[in-house]
Write a protein that binds this ligand. Structure first.
Ligand code: NZQ
Ligand code: ZN
Length: 387
């Protein structure tokens, strides 16, 4: 096992009715800015629950944070935080609202001239406005991690940052708040959590059997409850398991002491920026292609995955690996998340290998993956196999 340092300060408030508990988590008298997206929280009753919970706090709101949150929009919230003297940010929504709010938190306290540098130049985040999250879409794990992915309309970039100052202080996970999700977002969430687990699992053996088993538990749970929660969106038990799986997939726990990949995500972010696919759709396209391309480096873990997750014992090692990759593609497709670019009807899909590799190069991401072996030429090969 590799050395690691693990600390996750996010208090999880899990279960029905937990929104009411947020008042006790926010300092008395703190002026709160409630941030949200396009309005789903006003239709499903979540906004009203937040409003009731904040009755003893001074608060104001900032809506309109888009999926793949935009820098231009978030900077308007930063101005509001400064002009109104906001003390605490409360993100109410999915990963985009949580991510956007982390950026607002960091940018409002940033002492440089251009907060975009936090993303483009890895400028240091020295402090952030404290924040909490009421999560309405189980997928990203953003409610309990340091990361945020922000898009900039003027340049077409989609870039990530992470800072310990941006850990949410608390996260409310009430599965009932997710019942109103459209099937596409539920399926996206299952795929995103599945691939987060893979980015920390599908590398090479690192004498970390506990982390492997933890990751495998998340994968098996998602394979079991994913179809159930899609078919029965109001089934509390199934949705609760999906919500908890998504949080555990990216709260830092399964990353302890193991190598990590993240090439699928880095390629995927560029696909969203270039072609507009949903985040999880990009992952379903890239992951199987990346595995086939890197199957020598990932040989031992692919075999372990085939056996432990899909119960594949027959055939040569190469055949077992291929069966496991096919089973993964079939799982994504069974959720309605397609695994080839052509199935998303994007214009100029044939140019994807060149365009995406060039984007990664322009951002300096030329040695991706656990071995740094996913170079632009490899990205082109992977995407050429996914058209
Ligand atoms: O904006 P509203 O009206 O709220 O609608 C949203 C949005 O249209 C809707 N929605 C959310 N909760 C709902 C709901 N609709 C009905 N009922 C509810 N309960 O769902 C749509 C998508 O929301 P979004 O937040 O964009 O989805 P998701 O949670 O999948 O977040 C995706 C973003 O997170 C980033 C992605 O790149 C993408 O920008 N990621 C963040 C990560 C992190 N912070 O650790 C890691 C991930 O790998 C990922 O990159
Ligand atoms: Zn993701």
């Amino acid at each position: 096992m590799q050395n690691f340092s693990y600390y996750n300060p996010t208090r999880i408030l899990f279960g029905q009715g937990q929104i009411a508990a947020i008042a006790g988590q926010i300092p008395a008298g703190a002026k709160v800015l409630v941030t949200y997206g396009g309005g789903s929280i006003k239709k499903n009753g979540v906004y009203d629950q937040v409003k009731a919970a904040l009755k003893d706090h001074p608060w104001l709101e900032f809506g309109g944070i888009e999926p793949n949150p935009r820098y231009e929009t978030l900077m308007r919230a930063v101005a509001l935080v400064k002009s109104e003297g906001v003390d605490f940010l409360l993100a109410v929504g999915g990963g985009s609202v949580a991510d956007g709010t982390k950026f607002i938190a960091a940018a409002a306290r940033f002492d440089g001239a251009e907060p975009w540098d936090i993303l483009a130049k890895h400028a240091e985040v020295k402090s952030a406005v404290p924040l909490g999250v009421v999560l309405t879409l189980p997928a990203t794990g953003s409610e309990s991690n340091t990361f945020a992915v922000i898009s900039r309309e003027s340049t077409g970039d989609k870039l990530a940052f992470g800072s310990e100052h941006c850990y949410p202080q608390f996260a409310v996970l009430d599965p009932q708040t997710t019942f109103s999700l459209p099937p596409r977002q539920v399926a996206n969430g299952i795929v995103d959590a599945f691939v987060h687990t893979m980015e920390q699992y599908m590398t090479y053996p690192a004498e970390a059997p506990l982390q492997d088993r933890l990751a495998e538990s998340i994968l098996k749970t998602l394979i079991e409850v994913g179809p159930q929660t899609l078919a029965s969106p109001q089934d509390y038990a199934a949705r609760a398991s999906q919500v908890w799986s998504a949080t555990l997939a990216l709260n830092g726990l399964i990353a302890c002491g193991v190598p990590q990949d993240w090439a699928t995500h880095m390629i995927g972010h560029e696909i969203t920026a270039e072609f507009g696919l949903d985040h999880a759709q990009t992952l379903a396209v890239v992951l199987p292609g990346l595995w086939r391309n890197r199957r020598v480096e990932k040989h031992a873990k692919l075999l372990q995955y085939a056996e432990r997750i899909w119960g594949i014992h027959d055939g040569s090692e190469e055949e077992r690996i291929e069966k496991a990759i096919v089973a993964t593609e079939a799982f994504f497709e069974s959720l309605g998340v397609h695994t080839h670019l052509g199935l998303y009807g994007v214009k100029d899909a044939a140019l994807a290998p060149q365009k995406i590799a060039a984007r990664l190069e322009a951002h300096g991401f030329t040695k991706l993956g656990e071995h740094g072996s996913v170079m632009p030429a490899v990205v082109r090969e992977i995407l050429a196999s996914r058209l």
